[in-house]
Design a protein around this ligand. Structure first.
Ligand SMILES: [Zn+2]
Length: 144
């Protein structure tokens, strides 16, 4: 009995913390974003000193720690996944904008009327028939 008690006491703090965190969500991409938004809002307080900012910061802090120590990892993972797919969609949108601008002299970007995919076509004046490589639909493209 006494020995068992001693063994319990010898467990290092980092091991005990690791056991504590094993069933918890911990840091993830959404958590990091919440953390960075919180840091940014702290910087913002140098310029704006309004009560609503404190409320927002308290809320962000609560969300961060709630998600960090949450045992409902399935739900937290789903939230994180939804956040990542949203972020991916935003990134793809801006990547396409950048590519469109970069290629503006040599290519045009047209949407396939059948499958809605965006196609990159060589910029040649006139009316052409394009074939979508995704769904093989033929459609007419006018390039000025
Ligand atoms: Zn198509």
């Amino acid at each position: 009995m006494r020995e068992e008690k001693n063994r319990k006491e010898r467990v290092p703090l980092r091991v005990r913390f690791a056991r504590f965190m094993a069933v918890r969500n911990g840091p993830d991409a959404l958590g990091r974003t919440v953390y960075y938004v919180l840091l940014l809002s702290l910087l913002l307080r140098l310029f704006i000193d309004h009560f609503s900012l404190y409320v927002v910061q308290a809320l962000l802090l609560f969300i961060y720690f709630y998600r960090f120590f949450s045992k409902n990892r399935v739900r937290r993972a789903r939230e994180n996944q939804r956040y990542l797919s949203m972020l991916g969609a935003i990134r793809r949108f801006f990547a396409l904008r950048r590519r469109r601008f970069r290629d503006r002299k040599t290519h045009v970007y047209k949407r396939c009327p059948t499958c809605r995919r965006t196609l990159r076509l060589p910029k040649r004046r006139g009316t052409h028939t394009a074939v979508c490589p995704m769904c093989a639909a033929h459609f007419s493209v006018k390039i000025r």
